[in-house]
Design a binder for this molecule. Sequence first.
Ligand code: 5RP
Length: 231
Amino acid sequence: MDWNREILQKPQWKEEITNREQKERVAKIIAEKVQEGDVIGFGSGSTSYLAAIEIANKIQTENIKITAIPTSYEIEMLCTYLGIPTASLENKKPDWCFDGADEVDNDNWMIKGRGAAMFNEKLNIKSAGKIYILIDESKRVNKLGEKFPIPVEVNPNALNYVKQEISNMGVTSIELRMALKKDGPVITQNGNLILDVRFNDIDYMLEKKLKEITGVIETGLFIGYNVEVIS
Ligand code: 5RP
C-alpha cells in the first residue's frame, strides 16, 4: 500500500531561484549524462533541485532505472515526490555525483554548505567515482571567501572549545548560524550546529587544520578535489 503523500507538496523551492536560467541549463546538461542502472549522488541546493527535476523527466521519458543517494531531507523528499528510488551510502556506492557550490575559484577549490548539508555532500563526493559541480557564473571567484563564510559543522557539546580554537586561526568573524522559522540555531541533519567563519586567508592546509579540531564534524571547504565544473 502507498502513503497519501500530499504532505510532500508539489516541488517548489522555498524562495525565488537566483540565476534560474543558467541553473536550468546546467541541470539539463547533467540529466543528459544519466544512464540505465546508474547510482547517482544527488547534491543539495537549488541547482541540485533543478537537476533532480530534469533527471526525473529524463528517466521517465526514456524509461531508465537509476538510484539516487540524496544528501539532505529536501532532496530525498523531492526524489520521493518525483518517483526516483533512493538508497544510502550504507548500501550503495555512487557511480558519480553532482552538486552545486557557493564559490569556486580558478583551481576549483570550493566553498559549499549554505544549505548546511556539507557533511553528507562531502561524503557523497568522496565516495563517488566522478564528481560534477554545477554552477552559474555568480559562483566564480578569484579568491575563496569573497562572498561566503566557511561553514563549520560542530558537535553542540564542543561549541565553546571549537570557537576558542578557531579564534586563534586568523579569523575576522565567527557566527553561530541561526534558524529561520524556528527559534534558536540551525540544527543539521546530523544534530549539530553550524559556525559561519570568515578567515583573513584561506590556504591549502585550512580544510585539514579545521578537521583536526576535536568536535569539528565537517567544513564547507573543498580544497583539491578532482571535480568537473559545469557552468
Ligand atoms: C548546500 C550547498 C549547495 O550546493 C550550495 O549552497 C549551492 O546552492 P544553490 O544551488 O542553491 O546556489 O552546498 O549545502
